[in-house]
Design a protein around this ligand. Sequence first.
Ligand code: FES
Length: 581
Amino acid sequence: MTHQPRRKQPADLRSARWFGPADLRSFGHRSRAMQMGYSPEEWQGKPIIAIVNTWSDINPCHTHLRQRAEDVKRGILMAGGLPIELPAISVSESYVKPTTMMYRNMLAMETEELLRSHPIDGAVLMGGCDKTTPGLLLGATSMNIPAVFVPAGPMLRGNWGGKTLGSGSDSWKYWDELRAGKITEQDWLGVEAGIARSHGTCMTMGTASTMTAIAEAVGMVLPGGSSIPAADANHIRLCSESGRRVVEMVWEDLTPQRIQTREAFENAIAVAMAMGCSTNAIIHLIAMARRAGQEIGLDDFERYSRKVPVIGNVRPSGDKYLMEDFFYAGGIRALMGNITQHLHLDCVTCTGKTVGENIEGARVWNDDVIRTVDNPIYGEGSLAVLKGNLAPDGCVIKPAAMDQKFLKHSGPAFVFDDYPSMKKAVEDENYPFTPDSVLVLRNAGPQGGPGMPEWGMLPMPKKLLKMGLRDMLRLSDARMSGTSYGACVLHVAPESYIGGPLALLRTGDIVSIDVDARSIRMEVSDEELARRRAAWTPPPARYERGYGWMFSKHIQQANEGCDFDFLRTDFGAPVSEPVIY
Ligand code: FES
Protein backbone atom coordinates (compact mmCIF):
# COMPACT_ATOMS: atom_id res chain seq x y z
CA MET A 1 0.00 0.00 0.00
CA THR A 2 1.55 3.29 -1.10
CA HIS A 3 1.59 6.11 1.44
CA GLN A 4 -1.38 8.42 0.94
CA PRO A 5 -0.12 11.96 1.44
CA ARG A 6 -2.12 14.52 3.38
CA ARG A 7 -0.62 17.48 1.64
CA LYS A 8 0.34 20.40 3.78
CA GLN A 9 -0.24 23.95 2.71
CA PRO A 10 2.38 26.72 3.07
CA ALA A 11 0.53 28.15 6.07
CA ASP A 12 0.85 24.75 7.80
CA LEU A 13 4.64 24.81 7.66
CA ARG A 14 6.38 24.88 11.01
CA SER A 15 8.68 27.62 9.73
CA ALA A 16 5.66 29.82 8.98
CA ARG A 17 5.37 30.35 12.74
CA TRP A 18 8.72 32.13 12.63
CA PHE A 19 8.35 33.99 9.35
CA GLY A 20 4.61 34.49 8.76
CA PRO A 21 3.06 36.62 11.52
CA ALA A 22 2.81 40.40 11.17
CA ASP A 23 4.45 41.04 14.54
CA LEU A 24 7.71 42.37 15.91
CA ARG A 25 9.28 38.95 16.56
CA SER A 26 8.68 37.78 12.97
CA PHE A 27 9.96 41.12 11.73
CA GLY A 28 13.19 40.19 13.52
CA HIS A 29 13.33 36.74 11.89
CA ARG A 30 12.72 38.17 8.42
CA SER A 31 15.15 41.03 8.74
CA ARG A 32 17.86 38.67 10.01
CA ALA A 33 17.24 36.31 7.11
CA MET A 34 17.74 39.27 4.80
CA GLN A 35 20.91 40.09 6.72
CA MET A 36 22.17 36.67 5.59
CA GLY A 37 21.39 37.61 2.01
CA TYR A 38 18.11 35.76 1.53
CA SER A 39 15.23 37.50 -0.25
CA PRO A 40 11.67 36.85 0.97
CA GLU A 41 11.01 34.91 -2.25
CA GLU A 42 13.58 32.34 -1.06
CA TRP A 43 11.64 31.39 2.08
CA GLN A 44 8.05 32.47 1.62
CA GLY A 45 5.84 29.42 1.30
CA LYS A 46 8.84 27.09 1.05
CA PRO A 47 9.80 24.24 3.37
CA ILE A 48 12.98 25.04 5.27
CA ILE A 49 15.15 21.96 5.36
CA ALA A 50 17.90 21.42 7.91
CA ILE A 51 20.99 19.56 6.77
CA VAL A 52 22.22 18.11 10.04
CA ASN A 53 25.80 17.45 9.07
CA THR A 54 28.28 15.47 11.18
CA TRP A 55 31.26 16.54 9.07
CA SER A 56 34.37 17.58 10.99
CA ASP A 57 38.06 18.02 10.35
CA ILE A 58 38.78 15.03 12.59
CA ASN A 59 36.36 12.49 11.22
CA PRO A 60 38.00 10.68 8.29
CA CYS A 61 34.80 8.76 7.57
CA HIS A 62 32.95 12.01 6.91
CA THR A 63 35.65 13.99 5.08
CA HIS A 64 33.47 14.30 1.98
CA LEU A 65 30.30 15.37 3.81
CA ARG A 66 31.30 19.02 3.70
CA GLN A 67 31.10 18.92 -0.10
CA ARG A 68 28.17 16.49 -0.15
CA ALA A 69 26.11 18.96 1.86
CA GLU A 70 26.32 21.23 -1.18
CA ASP A 71 24.89 18.41 -3.31
CA VAL A 72 22.04 17.98 -0.85
CA LYS A 73 21.40 21.73 -1.01
CA ARG A 74 21.23 21.54 -4.80
CA GLY A 75 18.48 18.95 -4.53
CA ILE A 76 16.53 20.91 -1.92
CA LEU A 77 16.65 24.07 -4.02
CA MET A 78 15.57 22.19 -7.15
CA ALA A 79 12.51 20.89 -5.30
CA GLY A 80 11.53 24.31 -4.00
CA GLY A 81 12.88 24.18 -0.44
CA LEU A 82 15.36 26.35 1.40
CA PRO A 83 18.41 24.45 2.74
CA ILE A 84 19.98 25.42 6.06
CA GLU A 85 23.08 23.55 7.17
CA LEU A 86 23.27 22.85 10.90
CA PRO A 87 26.53 21.22 12.01
CA ALA A 88 26.32 18.61 14.79
CA ILE A 89 28.89 16.74 16.88
CA SER A 90 30.83 14.44 14.57
CA VAL A 91 31.51 11.51 16.96
CA SER A 92 34.49 10.11 15.07
CA GLU A 93 34.91 6.46 15.97
CA SER A 94 38.63 6.73 15.35
CA TYR A 95 39.39 9.57 17.71
CA VAL A 96 36.69 10.20 20.32
CA LYS A 97 37.62 8.94 23.80
CA PRO A 98 36.86 7.28 26.10
CA THR A 99 34.34 5.89 23.62
CA THR A 100 31.90 7.22 21.04
CA MET A 101 29.09 5.45 22.85
CA MET A 102 29.40 8.16 25.51
CA TYR A 103 28.30 10.64 22.86
CA ARG A 104 25.65 8.86 20.78
CA ASN A 105 22.98 10.19 23.09
CA MET A 106 24.54 13.66 23.07
CA LEU A 107 24.23 13.70 19.26
CA ALA A 108 20.67 12.45 19.59
CA MET A 109 19.79 15.24 21.98
CA GLU A 110 21.59 17.79 19.85
CA THR A 111 19.76 16.66 16.71
CA GLU A 112 16.38 16.75 18.40
CA GLU A 113 16.95 20.18 19.90
CA LEU A 114 18.51 21.65 16.74
CA LEU A 115 15.40 20.68 14.84
CA ARG A 116 13.03 21.80 17.57
CA SER A 117 14.58 25.16 18.33
CA HIS A 118 14.98 26.38 14.74
CA PRO A 119 12.39 27.16 12.03
CA ILE A 120 12.79 23.76 10.38
CA ASP A 121 10.19 21.80 8.41
CA GLY A 122 12.22 18.77 7.41
CA ALA A 123 15.74 17.38 7.70
CA VAL A 124 18.46 15.59 5.82
CA LEU A 125 20.63 13.72 8.29
CA MET A 126 24.23 13.20 7.19
CA GLY A 127 26.31 10.61 9.01
CA GLY A 128 27.52 7.05 8.87
CA CYS A 129 30.49 6.58 11.19
CA ASP A 130 29.17 4.12 13.76
CA LYS A 131 27.24 6.10 16.39
CA THR A 132 26.28 8.95 14.09
CA THR A 133 23.59 6.91 12.33
CA PRO A 134 21.66 5.94 15.47
CA GLY A 135 22.42 9.31 17.07
CA LEU A 136 20.89 11.29 14.20
CA LEU A 137 17.95 8.93 13.82
CA LEU A 138 17.16 8.86 17.54
CA GLY A 139 16.98 12.64 17.63
CA ALA A 140 15.00 13.04 14.42
CA THR A 141 12.57 10.33 15.50
CA SER A 142 11.88 12.02 18.81
CA MET A 143 11.39 15.37 17.08
CA ASN A 144 9.31 13.60 14.44
CA ILE A 145 9.48 15.99 11.51
CA PRO A 146 10.00 14.55 8.00
CA ALA A 147 13.58 13.38 7.64
CA VAL A 148 15.74 11.31 5.36
CA PHE A 149 19.11 9.84 6.24
CA VAL A 150 22.11 10.11 3.89
CA PRO A 151 24.78 7.51 4.74
CA ALA A 152 28.38 8.61 4.24
CA GLY A 153 29.01 5.37 2.33
CA PRO A 154 31.79 2.83 2.82
CA MET A 155 35.37 3.58 1.83
CA LEU A 156 37.10 1.68 -0.98
CA ARG A 157 38.81 -1.66 -0.31
CA GLY A 158 42.12 -1.42 1.49
CA ASN A 159 45.31 -2.63 -0.18
CA TRP A 160 48.75 -3.73 0.95
CA GLY A 161 51.17 -5.50 -1.33
CA GLY A 162 48.37 -6.58 -3.64
CA LYS A 163 46.34 -8.02 -0.76
CA THR A 164 42.86 -6.68 -0.04
CA LEU A 165 42.56 -5.23 3.46
CA GLY A 166 39.35 -4.85 5.45
CA SER A 167 38.79 -2.16 8.09
CA GLY A 168 39.28 -3.33 11.62
CA SER A 169 39.32 -7.04 10.86
CA ASP A 170 42.74 -6.90 9.19
CA SER A 171 44.07 -4.55 11.86
CA TRP A 172 43.39 -7.19 14.50
CA LYS A 173 44.57 -10.00 12.23
CA TYR A 174 47.91 -8.47 11.29
CA TRP A 175 48.48 -7.14 14.83
CA ASP A 176 48.26 -10.73 16.07
CA GLU A 177 50.54 -11.84 13.23
CA LEU A 178 53.06 -9.17 14.28
CA ARG A 179 52.84 -10.25 17.94
CA ALA A 180 53.28 -13.87 16.89
CA GLY A 181 56.37 -12.87 14.86
CA LYS A 182 54.82 -13.84 11.51
CA ILE A 183 55.17 -10.43 9.83
CA THR A 184 57.81 -7.69 10.12
CA GLU A 185 57.55 -4.12 11.43
CA GLN A 186 57.96 -3.01 7.81
CA ASP A 187 54.98 -5.14 6.77
CA TRP A 188 52.97 -3.66 9.61
CA LEU A 189 53.73 -0.12 8.38
CA GLY A 190 52.49 -1.17 4.94
CA VAL A 191 49.21 -2.32 6.45
CA GLU A 192 48.94 0.96 8.36
CA ALA A 193 49.32 3.00 5.18
CA GLY A 194 47.03 0.90 3.02
CA ILE A 195 44.08 -0.09 5.14
CA ALA A 196 42.11 3.16 4.79
CA ARG A 197 42.71 4.65 1.38
CA SER A 198 39.63 6.77 0.66
CA HIS A 199 37.08 8.79 2.58
CA GLY A 200 34.03 6.90 3.82
CA THR A 201 33.12 4.53 6.60
CA CYS A 202 34.67 1.16 7.46
CA MET A 203 34.08 -1.15 4.49
CA THR A 204 33.69 -4.40 6.38
CA MET A 205 30.29 -5.32 7.80
CA GLY A 206 31.10 -3.35 10.91
CA THR A 207 28.79 -1.16 12.89
CA ALA A 208 28.78 1.59 10.25
CA SER A 209 27.63 -0.61 7.36
CA THR A 210 25.28 -2.50 9.65
CA MET A 211 23.61 0.66 10.90
CA THR A 212 23.29 2.30 7.51
CA ALA A 213 21.73 -0.92 6.15
CA ILE A 214 19.35 -0.86 9.08
CA ALA A 215 18.51 2.78 8.43
CA GLU A 216 17.56 1.80 4.89
CA ALA A 217 15.66 -1.33 5.94
CA VAL A 218 13.62 0.65 8.44
CA GLY A 219 12.67 3.03 5.63
CA MET A 220 14.76 6.13 6.34
CA VAL A 221 17.21 5.98 3.38
CA LEU A 222 16.42 6.18 -0.33
CA PRO A 223 16.47 2.69 -1.91
CA GLY A 224 19.97 1.31 -2.41
CA GLY A 225 21.58 4.34 -0.77
CA SER A 226 23.22 2.54 2.11
CA SER A 227 25.63 0.46 0.05
CA ILE A 228 27.00 3.10 -2.34
CA PRO A 229 30.75 3.63 -1.77
CA ALA A 230 31.59 7.12 -0.56
CA ALA A 231 33.89 7.78 -3.52
CA ASP A 232 31.35 6.72 -6.18
CA ALA A 233 29.54 9.39 -8.22
CA ASN A 234 26.32 7.57 -7.40
CA HIS A 235 26.83 8.88 -3.88
CA ILE A 236 26.75 12.48 -5.08
CA ARG A 237 23.50 11.79 -6.91
CA LEU A 238 22.07 10.13 -3.79
CA CYS A 239 22.70 13.37 -1.89
CA SER A 240 20.93 15.53 -4.44
CA GLU A 241 18.04 13.08 -4.71
CA SER A 242 17.66 12.94 -0.91
CA GLY A 243 17.42 16.74 -0.88
CA ARG A 244 14.74 16.67 -3.53
CA ARG A 245 12.79 13.93 -1.80
CA VAL A 246 12.68 15.47 1.68
CA VAL A 247 10.94 18.59 0.37
CA GLU A 248 8.13 16.38 -0.91
CA MET A 249 8.08 14.50 2.39
CA VAL A 250 7.34 17.78 4.17
CA TRP A 251 4.28 18.41 1.98
CA GLU A 252 3.22 14.79 2.55
CA ASP A 253 3.88 15.08 6.31
CA LEU A 254 5.67 11.74 6.12
CA THR A 255 7.31 11.67 9.53
CA PRO A 256 9.81 9.19 11.06
CA GLN A 257 7.25 7.77 13.46
CA ARG A 258 4.89 7.02 10.57
CA ILE A 259 7.66 5.15 8.77
CA GLN A 260 9.24 3.38 11.74
CA THR A 261 6.51 0.98 12.77
CA ARG A 262 6.93 -2.27 14.65
CA GLU A 263 6.94 -4.10 11.28
CA ALA A 264 9.59 -1.74 9.93
CA PHE A 265 11.84 -2.58 12.87
CA GLU A 266 11.27 -6.27 12.24
CA ASN A 267 12.42 -5.65 8.65
CA ALA A 268 15.52 -3.98 10.05
CA ILE A 269 16.26 -6.97 12.28
CA ALA A 270 15.79 -9.38 9.37
CA VAL A 271 18.16 -7.39 7.18
CA ALA A 272 20.68 -7.10 10.01
CA MET A 273 20.69 -10.88 10.40
CA ALA A 274 20.97 -11.47 6.65
CA MET A 275 23.93 -9.09 6.52
CA GLY A 276 25.78 -10.83 9.38
CA CYS A 277 25.48 -7.66 11.39
CA SER A 278 27.56 -6.07 14.09
CA THR A 279 26.45 -6.90 17.63
CA ASN A 280 26.11 -3.15 18.19
CA ALA A 281 22.97 -3.28 16.03
CA ILE A 282 21.10 -4.80 18.93
CA ILE A 283 21.70 -1.90 21.28
CA HIS A 284 21.00 0.79 18.69
CA LEU A 285 17.88 -0.83 17.27
CA ILE A 286 16.32 -1.29 20.70
CA ALA A 287 16.93 2.39 21.42
CA MET A 288 15.62 3.49 18.01
CA ALA A 289 12.45 1.43 18.35
CA ARG A 290 11.73 2.82 21.78
CA ARG A 291 12.07 6.37 20.49
CA ALA A 292 9.49 5.52 17.83
CA GLY A 293 7.16 4.16 20.51
CA GLN A 294 7.80 0.53 19.56
CA GLU A 295 8.99 -2.14 21.94
CA ILE A 296 11.57 -4.55 20.62
CA GLY A 297 13.95 -6.56 22.76
CA LEU A 298 16.60 -9.25 22.79
CA ASP A 299 13.97 -11.94 22.21
CA ASP A 300 13.10 -10.37 18.83
CA PHE A 301 16.73 -10.65 17.75
CA GLU A 302 16.88 -14.20 18.94
CA ARG A 303 13.69 -15.06 17.01
CA TYR A 304 14.96 -13.56 13.73
CA SER A 305 18.44 -14.95 14.22
CA ARG A 306 16.97 -18.44 14.32
CA LYS A 307 15.15 -18.07 11.03
CA VAL A 308 17.14 -15.65 8.84
CA PRO A 309 20.47 -16.99 7.57
CA VAL A 310 23.49 -14.82 6.76
CA ILE A 311 23.47 -14.29 3.00
CA GLY A 312 25.67 -11.18 2.72
CA ASN A 313 29.14 -12.58 2.19
CA VAL A 314 30.93 -9.58 3.67
CA ARG A 315 33.71 -9.83 6.24
CA PRO A 316 33.95 -10.51 9.14
CA SER A 317 30.99 -12.94 9.01
CA GLY A 318 31.75 -13.62 5.34
CA ASP A 319 35.10 -14.87 4.20
CA LYS A 320 36.46 -12.51 1.58
CA TYR A 321 34.28 -9.70 0.26
CA LEU A 322 33.87 -6.10 1.35
CA MET A 323 31.18 -3.43 0.95
CA GLU A 324 32.50 -2.32 -2.43
CA ASP A 325 31.93 -5.87 -3.72
CA PHE A 326 28.51 -5.90 -2.08
CA PHE A 327 27.53 -2.73 -3.95
CA TYR A 328 28.69 -4.14 -7.29
CA ALA A 329 26.74 -7.34 -6.54
CA GLY A 330 23.48 -5.41 -6.28
CA GLY A 331 23.60 -3.88 -2.81
CA ILE A 332 20.97 -3.82 -0.15
CA ARG A 333 17.99 -3.92 -2.54
CA ALA A 334 19.26 -7.17 -4.00
CA LEU A 335 19.84 -8.64 -0.56
CA MET A 336 16.33 -7.66 0.55
CA GLY A 337 14.99 -9.20 -2.64
CA ASN A 338 16.47 -12.52 -1.52
CA ILE A 339 14.74 -12.52 1.87
CA THR A 340 11.28 -11.26 0.95
CA GLN A 341 9.68 -14.14 2.89
CA HIS A 342 11.09 -12.56 6.07
CA LEU A 343 10.06 -8.96 5.29
CA HIS A 344 6.90 -6.95 5.73
CA LEU A 345 6.73 -5.71 2.16
CA ASP A 346 3.88 -3.28 2.76
CA CYS A 347 5.80 -1.00 5.14
CA VAL A 348 5.86 2.59 3.88
CA THR A 349 9.30 4.14 3.48
CA CYS A 350 10.73 7.62 2.99
CA THR A 351 10.03 7.33 -0.74
CA GLY A 352 6.32 7.28 0.06
CA LYS A 353 6.31 3.83 -1.50
CA THR A 354 6.41 0.45 0.16
CA VAL A 355 9.40 -1.77 0.76
CA GLY A 356 8.02 -4.14 -1.86
CA GLU A 357 7.82 -1.35 -4.44
CA ASN A 358 11.31 -0.11 -3.57
CA ILE A 359 12.99 -3.47 -4.15
CA GLU A 360 10.98 -4.48 -7.19
CA GLY A 361 13.28 -5.50 -10.05
CA ALA A 362 16.41 -5.60 -7.88
CA ARG A 363 18.98 -8.03 -9.30
CA VAL A 364 21.86 -9.98 -7.85
CA TRP A 365 24.94 -9.63 -10.07
CA ASN A 366 27.25 -11.89 -8.08
CA ASP A 367 25.62 -14.76 -6.22
CA ASP A 368 28.76 -15.53 -4.24
CA VAL A 369 28.59 -12.09 -2.60
CA ILE A 370 24.81 -11.99 -2.14
CA ARG A 371 23.74 -15.55 -1.55
CA THR A 372 20.31 -17.13 -1.52
CA VAL A 373 18.72 -18.43 1.68
CA ASP A 374 19.35 -21.95 0.34
CA ASN A 375 23.06 -21.27 -0.04
CA PRO A 376 23.91 -19.07 2.96
CA ILE A 377 27.32 -18.41 4.41
CA TYR A 378 25.94 -19.17 7.88
CA GLY A 379 22.74 -21.14 8.29
CA GLU A 380 21.01 -19.63 11.25
CA GLY A 381 21.86 -18.11 14.58
CA SER A 382 24.50 -15.65 13.40
CA LEU A 383 23.86 -13.79 16.64
CA ALA A 384 22.82 -15.57 19.78
CA VAL A 385 21.39 -14.20 23.01
CA LEU A 386 22.56 -16.17 26.04
CA LYS A 387 21.06 -16.07 29.52
CA GLY A 388 21.93 -17.65 32.85
CA ASN A 389 23.25 -16.86 36.29
CA LEU A 390 26.06 -14.75 34.79
CA ALA A 391 23.71 -12.64 32.68
CA PRO A 392 20.10 -12.71 33.88
CA ASP A 393 19.18 -9.89 31.47
CA GLY A 394 21.09 -11.43 28.61
CA CYS A 395 24.36 -11.20 26.75
CA VAL A 396 25.33 -11.66 23.12
CA ILE A 397 27.74 -13.77 21.08
CA LYS A 398 28.34 -13.87 17.33
CA PRO A 399 28.64 -17.54 16.32
CA ALA A 400 29.02 -16.60 12.65
CA ALA A 401 32.41 -15.01 13.33
CA MET A 402 34.17 -17.31 15.79
CA ASP A 403 35.90 -20.66 16.08
CA GLN A 404 32.99 -23.09 16.21
CA LYS A 405 34.68 -25.27 18.83
CA PHE A 406 33.80 -22.68 21.49
CA LEU A 407 30.04 -22.93 20.86
CA LYS A 408 30.00 -25.32 23.81
CA HIS A 409 32.78 -24.74 26.27
CA SER A 410 33.69 -24.83 29.95
CA GLY A 411 36.88 -23.44 31.37
CA PRO A 412 38.44 -21.62 34.30
CA ALA A 413 38.05 -17.84 34.38
CA PHE A 414 40.85 -15.31 34.57
CA VAL A 415 39.06 -12.20 35.83
CA PHE A 416 40.35 -8.64 35.44
CA ASP A 417 38.74 -5.52 36.89
CA ASP A 418 40.27 -3.05 34.46
CA TYR A 419 41.77 -2.98 30.99
CA PRO A 420 45.40 -2.11 31.92
CA SER A 421 45.78 -5.11 34.26
CA MET A 422 44.27 -7.42 31.63
CA LYS A 423 46.56 -5.98 28.95
CA LYS A 424 49.61 -6.56 31.14
CA ALA A 425 48.60 -10.17 31.74
CA VAL A 426 48.00 -11.02 28.06
CA GLU A 427 51.44 -9.67 27.14
CA ASP A 428 53.10 -11.77 29.88
CA GLU A 429 54.15 -15.07 28.32
CA ASN A 430 54.50 -16.64 31.77
CA TYR A 431 50.91 -15.93 32.80
CA PRO A 432 49.20 -19.31 33.34
CA PHE A 433 46.68 -19.07 30.47
CA THR A 434 45.72 -22.34 28.81
CA PRO A 435 43.70 -22.93 25.63
CA ASP A 436 40.54 -23.60 27.66
CA SER A 437 40.91 -20.49 29.86
CA VAL A 438 38.09 -17.95 29.82
CA LEU A 439 39.43 -14.40 29.70
CA VAL A 440 37.11 -12.03 31.59
CA LEU A 441 37.04 -8.23 31.76
CA ARG A 442 34.55 -6.41 33.91
CA ASN A 443 33.67 -2.79 34.73
CA ALA A 444 33.42 -2.19 30.97
CA GLY A 445 29.66 -1.68 30.66
CA PRO A 446 27.52 1.42 30.10
CA GLN A 447 28.35 2.95 33.49
CA GLY A 448 31.54 1.09 34.29
CA GLY A 449 33.48 1.65 31.03
CA PRO A 450 32.23 4.32 31.10
CA GLY A 451 30.25 4.31 27.88
CA MET A 452 30.59 0.59 27.18
CA PRO A 453 33.79 0.75 25.11
CA GLU A 454 34.49 -1.60 22.22
CA TRP A 455 36.90 -3.64 24.30
CA GLY A 456 34.94 -6.88 23.99
CA MET A 457 37.34 -8.55 21.54
CA LEU A 458 39.78 -8.93 24.41
CA PRO A 459 43.31 -9.43 23.07
CA MET A 460 44.53 -12.98 22.75
CA PRO A 461 47.28 -13.80 25.28
CA LYS A 462 50.69 -13.74 23.61
CA LYS A 463 51.44 -17.16 25.06
CA LEU A 464 48.46 -18.71 23.22
CA LEU A 465 49.28 -16.84 19.99
CA LYS A 466 52.75 -18.34 20.02
CA MET A 467 51.15 -21.77 20.45
CA GLY A 468 49.40 -21.07 17.13
CA LEU A 469 45.97 -20.37 18.64
CA ARG A 470 43.86 -17.50 17.32
CA ASP A 471 40.66 -17.76 19.40
CA MET A 472 39.54 -18.44 22.97
CA LEU A 473 36.41 -17.79 25.00
CA ARG A 474 36.29 -14.19 26.19
CA LEU A 475 33.65 -12.51 28.32
CA SER A 476 32.83 -8.92 29.26
CA ASP A 477 30.09 -6.35 29.72
CA ALA A 478 31.70 -4.27 26.95
CA ARG A 479 30.68 -4.03 23.28
CA MET A 480 32.93 -4.98 20.40
CA SER A 481 33.52 -3.40 17.04
CA GLY A 482 31.44 -4.89 14.26
CA THR A 483 34.69 -5.50 12.43
CA SER A 484 35.87 -7.78 15.24
CA TYR A 485 35.60 -11.54 15.47
CA GLY A 486 36.19 -14.32 17.94
CA ALA A 487 34.42 -16.24 20.68
CA CYS A 488 33.57 -13.07 22.59
CA VAL A 489 30.58 -12.92 24.91
CA LEU A 490 29.47 -9.29 25.11
CA HIS A 491 26.89 -6.90 26.62
CA VAL A 492 26.55 -8.90 29.85
CA ALA A 493 23.56 -7.39 31.65
CA PRO A 494 23.20 -6.15 34.24
CA GLU A 495 26.78 -4.88 34.09
CA SER A 496 29.31 -5.66 36.82
CA TYR A 497 29.88 -2.01 37.81
CA ILE A 498 26.35 -1.77 39.20
CA GLY A 499 26.58 -5.16 40.89
CA GLY A 500 25.44 -7.52 38.13
CA PRO A 501 26.44 -11.16 38.76
CA LEU A 502 29.61 -10.72 36.68
CA ALA A 503 30.87 -8.66 39.66
CA LEU A 504 30.80 -11.85 41.75
CA LEU A 505 32.90 -14.03 39.43
CA ARG A 506 36.39 -14.95 40.67
CA THR A 507 39.52 -16.21 38.96
CA GLY A 508 39.41 -19.99 38.93
CA ASP A 509 35.59 -20.27 38.79
CA ILE A 510 34.38 -22.42 35.93
CA VAL A 511 32.43 -20.56 33.23
CA SER A 512 30.26 -22.63 30.88
CA ILE A 513 28.50 -21.62 27.71
CA ASP A 514 26.25 -23.65 25.46
CA VAL A 515 25.23 -21.59 22.45
CA ASP A 516 22.73 -24.20 21.20
CA ALA A 517 20.99 -24.07 24.57
CA ARG A 518 21.48 -20.28 24.70
CA SER A 519 22.93 -20.57 28.21
CA ILE A 520 25.82 -19.06 30.13
CA ARG A 521 26.69 -19.99 33.70
CA MET A 522 29.30 -19.68 36.35
CA GLU A 523 29.50 -22.98 38.18
CA VAL A 524 29.20 -21.44 41.63
CA SER A 525 26.49 -22.38 44.13
CA ASP A 526 23.70 -19.96 45.00
CA GLU A 527 24.84 -19.96 48.62
CA GLU A 528 28.37 -18.95 47.69
CA LEU A 529 27.06 -16.26 45.33
CA ALA A 530 24.90 -14.88 48.17
CA ARG A 531 28.01 -14.69 50.40
CA ARG A 532 29.94 -12.88 47.68
CA ARG A 533 27.03 -10.50 47.07
CA ALA A 534 26.90 -9.56 50.77
CA ALA A 535 30.62 -8.72 50.67
CA TRP A 536 30.46 -6.72 47.39
CA THR A 537 30.93 -2.95 47.51
CA PRO A 538 30.29 -0.63 44.55
CA PRO A 539 33.34 0.90 42.84
CA PRO A 540 33.90 4.66 43.19
CA ALA A 541 31.90 7.02 40.94
CA ARG A 542 33.44 7.58 37.52
CA TYR A 543 32.33 11.24 37.31
CA GLU A 544 31.29 13.89 39.79
CA ARG A 545 30.36 16.68 37.39
CA GLY A 546 29.44 17.54 33.82
CA TYR A 547 28.18 15.38 30.99
CA GLY A 548 29.86 12.27 32.38
CA TRP A 549 27.96 12.67 35.65
CA MET A 550 24.67 13.05 33.81
CA PHE A 551 25.55 10.07 31.59
CA SER A 552 26.27 7.87 34.62
CA LYS A 553 23.05 8.84 36.35
CA HIS A 554 20.77 8.22 33.39
CA ILE A 555 22.28 5.65 31.03
CA GLN A 556 20.25 2.45 30.72
CA GLN A 557 21.63 -1.06 30.40
CA ALA A 558 22.60 -2.76 27.12
CA ASN A 559 19.40 -4.81 26.90
CA GLU A 560 17.44 -1.54 27.14
CA GLY A 561 19.35 0.17 24.31
CA CYS A 562 21.66 2.40 26.40
CA ASP A 563 19.38 5.38 25.95
CA PHE A 564 19.02 7.97 28.69
CA ASP A 565 16.03 7.12 30.87
CA PHE A 566 14.64 10.64 30.52
CA LEU A 567 14.53 10.40 26.70
CA ARG A 568 12.13 7.45 26.67
CA THR A 569 8.84 8.20 24.95
CA ASP A 570 6.97 7.32 28.13
CA PHE A 571 9.05 9.61 30.34
CA GLY A 572 6.67 12.42 31.28
CA ALA A 573 4.66 14.60 28.94
CA PRO A 574 5.80 14.99 25.31
CA VAL A 575 7.97 18.03 24.62
CA SER A 576 5.91 20.80 23.07
CA GLU A 577 6.85 23.14 20.25
CA PRO A 578 8.89 26.14 21.43
CA VAL A 579 6.92 29.26 22.29
CA ILE A 580 7.80 32.21 20.08
CA TYR A 581 7.33 35.44 22.05
FE1 FES B 1 34.17 5.54 11.11
FE2 FES B 1 34.67 2.79 11.24
S1 FES B 1 35.85 4.47 12.03
S2 FES B 1 33.01 3.88 10.39
